[in-house]
Ligand binder design. Structure first.
Ligand code: ZN
Length: 430
């Protein structure tokens, strides 16, 4: 791999655009893995003793990819990187259709800690997973994406709320339902029928029957872009945390395969990770257990392993610099950030941060530190969850970004390739 932003960032932007939902992110990763010779394993099958090779497993909207090289895992352990596939968004309710003032709207729930203001006045589309009945009456799933801008949430004019710039108050139940169309008196929409039509259009060779249920999310149709007077920034939806998913995946693909390596990308981080496919679930543990011969071998393998949990960090914002501890304000384009918290909101220890810091130094990548202000609460991520669940030593790191959880976030255009270089070196490290 050539480690320059101009080689790396176009693929990153394509990945971000192709992945409007966690289901699409996993499908995008599956394509890249298959193109590079990885073989899919299914949890319902018997794996036996796996040969040296490259594999991946999907559970719902989570994915684990790994390479084995024939080394005894009890002595080598596995070098792991973790990230998450989900981002805050608006999810369509089960009975969403409503018509008010001739306008067709869909009821939505807020998924995760979304910054709501930026959702107004955007050209929105819809994507997600649909469960339908096939000709034999069995239930199957497909992922769909409307791609076109089919909805919007207009702001209220300032003339009708003169205080809006001082104290805007968004009631998610009342103010967020997107508008999709204007309809005649008495007309409405059958949302499931609309999904059925979209499924048939996207999958003409599949016999799609009745749509029973769905997970559908609104997203911004504006494409990811490298922006700024000197192309210093990447502007996109879902940088948290598809940025880390893509970098982790590219590092795994670029690794020399001389030691066992694994990438896990979990769904549901934004809502606490407690789900069948979240980091509090059994997915990673169950895959690791199947790679070890018995329980003692599993424990020994975990003890020899390490996890780098990659999720974005807050860069210091010039207009709000007082929100950071002055000595711990990461800058865009100045390299990955080690995230530390005395209260274990991050899993970083001096043992794991020293390993990461040394790796960065060895590969001429600058490294930064983040600690939240002592008078503010700290965020968290999959690092502490995975670390406590599996018992693996872990570090939390990430790339500096602005506008975390907005509909459009901002990262540095130089940073992604730097982190990819370090993670590749970590996967290769003897
Ligand atoms: Zn995140």
């Amino acid at each position: 791999m050539k480690y320059t932003p101009s080689d790396f960032n176009p693929g990153l932007c394509d990945f971000l655009d192709a992945s409007p939902t966690p289901y699409h992110a996993v499908a995008s990763m599956q394509t890249l893995l298959e193109d590079n010779g990885f073989i899919q394993l299914h949890e319902a099958d018997s794996w036996g003793q796996l040969d040296a090779g490259q594999y991946f497993v999907i559970r719902q909207a989570s994915i684990i990819a790994f390479t084995l090289n024939g080394q005894e895992l009890v002595s080598s352990g596995i070098r792991m990187v973790g990230a998450h596939t989900d981002s805050p968004c608006l999810k369509v309710k089960p009975k969403p259709e409503k018509v008010k003032q001739t306008l067709l709207q869909l009821g939505v729930e807020v998924y995760g800690g979304a910054l709501l203001n930026p959702w107004f006045d955007r050209d929105l589309s819809l994507a997600g997973r649909v469960s339908y009945e096939n000709a034999q009456g069995q239930i199957e799933q497909v992922i769909i994406d409307f791609k076109e801008a089919i909805a919007t949430i207009p702001s209220l004019a300032i003339h009708l709320d003169r205080e809006v710039n001082q104290n805007r108050n968004i009631n998610p139940q009342l103010h967020l339902p997107p508008i999709l169309a204007q309809v005649d008196d008495g007309d409405s929409l059958d949302f499931r029928a609309l999904l059925e039509q979209q499924c048939r259009q996207q999958y003409p060779d599949i016999n799609i029957g009745r749509v029973l249920d769905y997970e559908m999310c609104f997203y911004d149709t504006q494409k990811a872009a490298v922006i700024g007077l000197s192309a210093d920034f990447i502007s996109s939806a879902r940088l948290d945390n598809l940025l880390s998913c893509y970098i982790g995946l590219q590092a795994l693909l670029a690794a020399d395969k001389t030691r066992p390596a694994l990438l896990v990308c979990n769904d549901h981080e934004e809502v606490g990770s407690q789900s069948v496919s979240g980091a509090q679930g059994t997915f990673l543990q169950s895959v690791l257990q199947r790679l070890a011969i018995n329980n003692e071998a599993y424990q020994r393998m975990v003890e020899q392993s390490m996890m780098i949990s990659a999720d974005n960090a807050h860069a210091i914002h010039p207009n709000y610099a007082d929100r950071h501890d002055a000595e711990h304000g990461p800058l865009l384009n100045k390299g990955p950030v080690i995230k530390t918290n005395a209260n274990q909101r991050y899993a970083t220890s001096s043992q794991t941060s020293a390993i990461f810091r040394q790796l960065c130094q060895q590969h001429n990548v600058p490294v930064q530190d983040f600690v939240v202000r002592t008078d503010m609460a700290c965020g968290s991520t999959i690092g502490p969850i995975t670390s406590s669940h599996i018992g693996v030593k872990t570090i939390d790191i990430g790339l500096p970004t602005f506008a975390m959880h907005s509909i459009r976030e901002l990262a540095g255009s130089q940073d992604a390739v730097m982190l990819c270089k370090v993670l590749t070196a970590y996967f290769n490290q003897k």
